[in-house]
Design a protein around this ligand. Structure first.
Ligand code: ADP
Ligand code: MG
Length: 229
């Protein structure tokens, strides 16, 4: 099986000399389709940097990142933006919905940005899929945290991206809602074979992942694959 995401000897350093911070050190890994990978590790271990570099939102200081066979780390900004819009979905801890848009309009945004046809019926189907039937016209301020994160997931999945990156997507949610949100990300793996990468502190999330990458001080300290029984 071909890897969707390849990181070869990726390092990311902030600053120089004695004050340099090594956010990632020589991270080398491949991620495959049809899997949910959890990235864990203590605060400051490089999890967010890993995600940003993998998604082409930050550039490694050295090393190579390839997404669907294309070298992200060498791309120009415009090409990278296009690739991100077409192939990548994001879910953030803080939801990052646009407050003036309705749930449906938020979900349609990635299609709009990618120049694809806006398909309101599809947006409503996505919202129904994440359990928000009938809330298409609600604005983020009228929704609970868990509901907002569901909208964010519907938004991330509407383009059927190759890779979905989520940075602490359940960090702001209670346990039960967190489990439901994780279930939705898992469903994306099952329904169309997405590669989902979830940065998380939460052992319950890691326990439900197919693979767990553990970072410590910017290094890949452990890589555990769970083989289905
Ligand atoms: P995590 O997500 O695991 O908490 P991060 O990837 O955010 O860790 O950060 C890894 C390390 O890199 C930390 O020491 C952090 O302070 C540092 N770091 C991250 N981003 C920057 C930045 N823009 N400038 C300077 N240091 C940074
Ligand atoms: Mg972080």
């Amino acid at each position: 099986m071909d890897a969707v995401l390849e990181m070869e000897h990726v390092s990311r350093t902030h600053g120089r000399g004695r004050r340099a911070v090594h956010a990632l050190r020589d991270v080398h890994t491949r991620l495959y389709p049809h899997a949910l990978t959890a990235v864990t590790g203590p605060s400051g271990s490089g999890k967010s940097t890993f995600l940003l570099c993998a998604a082409g939102l930050d550039r490694p200081t050295s090393g190579t990142v390839r997404l669907a066979g294309r070298e992200v780390s060498a791309m120009r900004e415009r090409e990278l933006t296009r690739l991100r819009r077409a192939r990548i979905g994001f879910v953030f801890q803080s939801f990052n919905l646009l407050p003036t848009l309705t749930a449906q309009e938020n979900v349609l945004l990635p299609l709009r940005l990618d120049g694809r046809r806006r398909d309101p019926a599809r947006a409503r189907r996505m919202l129904a899929l994440v359990g928000l039937d009938g809330r298409a016209d609600a604005r983020p301020g009228e929704l609970s945290g868990g509901q907002q994160q569901r909208v964010a997931i519907a938004r991330a999945l509407i383009t059927e991206p190759d890779v979905v990156f989520a940075d602490e997507p359940t960090g702001a949610l209670d346990q039960e809602t967190a489990a439901e949100v994780l279930g939705l990300l898992r469903d994306a793996v099952g329904s169309y074979g997405a590669t989902v990468v979830v940065v998380t502190h939460d052992p319950a999330v890691a326990a439900r992942a197919d693979r767990v990458l553990r970072l410590a001080d910017g290094r890949l300290a452990r890589d555990t694959a769970r083989v289905a029984a």
